[in-house]
Design a protein. Sequence first.
Length: 302
Amino acid sequence: MSIIVCGSVAYDNLMEFEGNFGDYILPDQIHILSVAFTVPNLRKEFGGCAGNIAYNLNLLEMNPIINATVGQDFDTYKQWLDKNNISTESIKGLTDKYTPQCFITTDANNNQLTSFHPGAMDDAHLNPISNRDDIELAIIAPDGKLGTLQHAKELYERGIPVIFDPGQGIVLFNKEEIEKLVSLSDYVVLNEYESTLLADIMSQEIVDIASTLKAAIVTKGAKGSDIYVDKEMIHIDPINVDNEADPTGCGDAYRAGLIYGIINNLPWEKTGKISSMIGAIKVSHNGTQNHTFKIDELLAKI
């Protein structure tokens, strides 16, 4: 069986500035701000929510089908996916666009300056859902606005269960659109801040929103996660990480665990635990697709 993973496939460019941004930004000159930072350390990583989720699903020995739009510079990423036996059959290339790119500069105090170029992602609506007949579940991760709306409708009409994962893209949608997306979904997963935004947009508490779904999952970083199901809340304790290296992509790793638990009909407590374990493994590695694990070793711990 296959899992459709809608969302971005992106290149992450991660830079480290050895000083402090604040030392070079003059408050009384902010209206004519023009600064340049020399960054001696640069890492290029494979990222994007769909790419990250699919990478972790592949480690879980599942069959992810990425549904994404990419640009003329996708070849290097494709080679990586091919090397890891991750299907690219539903990735659409656009020769007049670039693959989404994220540029993050971090200073000595862990302050960050981030720029994101959506590129081909904004044309996600040009890439309809695969007509495969073995799709068991789909997740709609952050993507182009029109693509998110279209894919949710297509999946609902085909009777394919959907996990709605709006991420930071939640601000792209108005109340009517958010309500429609939730109504077309079976599950919603958000971080703590996004869950507050969703509750505010829908004028409902998260527990009430969850009552219209099979479950709503809220990740809370070092505080663990909460799973709302049947008007009850199941708290999942965090997994302590001694050698934390990079939290980027932890949420995507967690979501892969959710998908595994849902597909395999695991109790929510076990689903939450395996999700947290995968997130913790990711946190101990730099980059979003550089970690690895064995599924049988994870299952032995839950």
